[in-house]
Design a protein. Structure first.
Length: 738
């Protein structure tokens, strides 16, 4: 069935608010109210009064016809309405008789007896369009509605007007199935640039009917996000609807707030489906004008929709790599920046804030980086008002740092990002915070290197990589390193740890990816970064500071910091050059890595899970533990320990073996007397394995003995963890470092 009035909401008539003079609005609604009350003979008089109130009258405006719309003459604008009323039998001109005349296929029954057979075709065609508009509005815009069986007959082409009409044979069928009626535009006689208010109002009613049908066809629920269109036929229908909304928005932007708002909302809902060619100069100028008005008046009615379209446009520009007018792009960026200002519209609407961040991030590198410094300043201000781990802001900063061509912009935003983490509200970084900082530095440098390799492959020669690049990967890594060296932390342990984490992220990228054509420069930067990293790691790993946690009343600083340091060591130490590893203080670092595997709540699930009764909450906690970044880094931490032991042995130092022997002692003293004889080799003989290679690579390590029922969980846990550490150190030595 077609859309009904229930779909349109509780208001039978749209209230246009500030669009029209409140004194004129009741007269604009008069024809619809008369249709609703079945007082059709009075419409002529109401329209005459309305023409008098509009003073200059209206003139039909020529121009484009929007595709997929059914245009009809506006019966309440032309003099033909009065001419037809002169020939009507007003006593018979009721809704029931109009419906009966349509079903019979003869409208002459509505005319007076002397005029029923001598009227010209133009009068009869106007009468038909009048009857169609009346029944169309009653069926889909008014609470009275029309009988379902009558609408069904029209949709099934079971009555004469659907097969023979004064216009074209499918007029009635298309109107009642597609809901796409649009009344011809009329402009004010004394103001050619403005449309007649009564004509605008009637088209608003028709547009509401069309959009209700579009939402029903596409399955759009009120306030819901856009759904992915998989069906090809639905995709075509969506394309036609969006094109119609775009052109309607352009036509009515200066005349109808209702049509502008509803079509902007539909376009923004499916902004990912809009091609770049639709973002014309006229379209962008209108959105800029509407945004300026909303910011000045403090009523951000359409800002969420406008900023969503702007963000889609800037992303299209970045993908297509098309040149754009810098002035136009700069104006859009300026308005997005104003939305993000303190006390701006973004403070009251999260959607506006998110759209502005995404749109500004996509502008990075556009126009050869001419606007990058401005964007960097805007994002720095956003960091002052929001946590640095805000997902959208985090993604925007990461994208900007990867795409910017301006070294000052890169240095400024990178320094602000690190500084904000170092001066956070809590005195101690959590493990999740540490991972975020590391991944930020790594993703920025690694993405730049991968993009350089991709460009070199596309161009066919590595020497052309620097062409129009502005800031190559090695220069970006150097700029970020220098920014860390120049950055002065506030003297707290948190500040030193944040600087170390940021440096570790950069080093991780330098170790894993090498851009095309820059191998020599890249290696030099890696060596320099490893020297800085080793110095800072020694300073932090050797610190014994404790940070009081006021909320818990305990000392948590070293626990959290050790987790971050251990995670970072696992990320970077295994791939460091031998000269760089030699700069590390192996003894304290190995102690911290061992403590991480033995005692950290982020490492292997502890004895509390051995004693768990299998409840759902236990499974949820265990799943969260094993999916965390720190748990996934256990293998890398083990390889870092193996690398440290290997380098210590190679240089003749015994520091690594001392820590290993301590771990063995822990394992030997851990099991109670009733554990039974272990099937593992004598722990005292284990260090000998450091001097020989196992006979086969695929030999499986010995299994840890299963504890008896009388063994408590803590003891069994110590046995398992100590075996795990030892096994990974040995395997790391032979399989990863030989």
């Amino acid at each position: 069935m077609p859309a009904t009035v229930a779909s349109l909401g509780s208001l039978p008539l749209p209230d246009l608010g500030s669009t029209f003079d409140p004194k004129t609005l009741p007269w604009l609604q008069a024809p619809l109210r008369l249709i609703s009350l079945d007082l059709l003979p009075r419409i002529d008089r109401a329209v005459s009064i309305l023409r008098h109130r509009e003073l200059n009258g209206a003139i039909e405006r020529g121009g484009r016809r929007i595709p997929n719309l059914l245009y009809l003459p506006d019966p309440f604008q032309t003099a033909s309405l009065h001419l037809v009323y002169n020939h009507l039998n007003l006593e018979r001109f009721t809704i029931e008789n109009v419906r009966a005349a349509v079903q019979s296929g003869s409208l002459e029954g509505l005319l007076s007896a002397e005029d029923s057979k001598n009227l010209p075709a133009s009068i009869l065609s106007f009468l038909e369009s009048l009857c169609l508009v009346i029944l169309y509005i009653r069926a889909f815009a008014l609470p009275t509605g029309e009988p379902p069986e009558f609408i069904t007959k029209i949709c099934d082409k079971a009555i004469p007007p659907t097969t023979s009409s004064h216009f074209h044979s499918s007029l009635w069928y298309e109107a009642f199935t597609e809901h796409n009626v649009r009344l011809t535009d009329y402009q004010q006689a004394g103001s050619p640039q403005r449309m007649a208010p009564s004509n605008v109002y009637m088209n608003e009613v028709c547009e509401r009917i069309r959009l209700v049908k579009v939402r029903e066809d596409l399955g759009i629920k009120e306030g819901a996000e856009a759904q992915r269109i998989s069906d090809s036929e639905r995709g075509k229908r969506l394309g036609r609807s969006l094109l119609c909304s775009l052109l309607t928005f352009l036509d009515f932007a200066d005349d109808s707030a209702s049509i502008t708002t509803t079509n902007l909302h539909l376009l923004s809902t499916y902004h990912t489906h809009l091609p770049l060619s639709w973002f014309t100069l006229d379209f962008l100028n209108i959105t800029v004008r509407l945004a300026e008005r909303a910011i000045v008046t403090g009523r951000p009615d359409n800002l969420a929709s406008i900023t969503a379209l702007w963000s889609a446009w800037t992303r299209r520009l970045q993908v297509a790599k098309e040149k754009v007018d810098p002035e136009r792009l700069g104006r859009v960026m300026e308005l997005m920046g104003k939305c993000l200002e303190e006390g701006g519209p973004a403070r009251r609407d999260e959607k506006v804030k998110r759209n502005c961040w995404i749109g500004l991030g996509a502008c990075a590198g556009q126009s050869l980086g001419a606007h990058d410094l401005t964007i960097s300043t805007t994002l720095e201000n956003s960091l002052l008002n929001h946590p640095p781990d805000t997902p959208t802001l985090q993604a925007t900063i990461s994208h900007f740092l990867r795409a910017t061509r301006s070294r000052p912009a890169l240095v400024a935003l990178w320094s602000a990002y690190v500084r904000h983490w170092a001066r956070g509200p809590a005195p101690v970084l959590t493990a999740d915070d540490a991972v975020i900082v590391v991944r930020m530095g790594e993703s920025v440098v690694a993405s730049r290197a991968r993009d350089a390799k991709k460009r070199a492959k596309e161009k066919g020669a590595a020497k052309d990589v620097r062409e129009n690049e502005g800031l190559n990967p090695a220069e970006a890594a150097e700029a970020m390193r220098v920014a860390l060296l120049d950055w002065q932390d506030d003297g707290t342990r948190r500040g030193r740890v944040v600087g170390l984490l940021a440096a570790g992220g950069i080093l991780r990228a330098l170790q894993t990816v090498t851009p095309a054509g820059q191998a020599g420069r890249w290696k030099e930067e890696r060596v320099t970064m490893e020297e800085v990293f080793a110095e800072w790691l020694n300073a932090v790993a050797g610190s014994g500071e404790k940070v009081e946690n006021e909320e818990s009343g305990g000392v948590e600083g070293d626990v959290i910091d050790e987790d971050a340091i251990s995670f970072l060591a696992g990320e970077c130490v295994p791939k460091m050059f031998a000269d760089s590893v030699a700069r590390l203080d192996i003894r304290p670092l190995l102690s911290r890595l061992t403590a991480f595997l033995l005692t950290s709540r982020h490492a292997i699930p502890g004895p509390e899970f051995l004693r768990a009764d299998g409840a759902d909450e236990d499974a949820t906690r265990l799943r969260a533990r094993i999916e965390s970044e720190l748990f996934k880094g256990i293998g890398r931490v083990s390889r870092a320990m193996a690398r440290l032991v290997y380098e210590a042995r190679k240089s003749g130092e015994e520091a690594g073996l001392e820590v290993v022997r301590g771990t063995v002692e822990f394992r030997r003293q851990g099991p109670p007397t009733n554990m039974g004889k272990s099937r593992l080799a004598d722990p005292q003989e284990r260090p000998v394995l450091l001097h020989r290679r196992p006979p086969r690579r695929h030999v499986r390590p010995a299994r840890c003995p299963r504890p008896e029922a009388s063994v408590d969980g803590d003891s069994a846990w110590r046995v398992f963890v100590s075996w795990f550490i030892w096994n990974n150190i040995v395997r790391g030595k032979f399989y990863g470092l030989s």
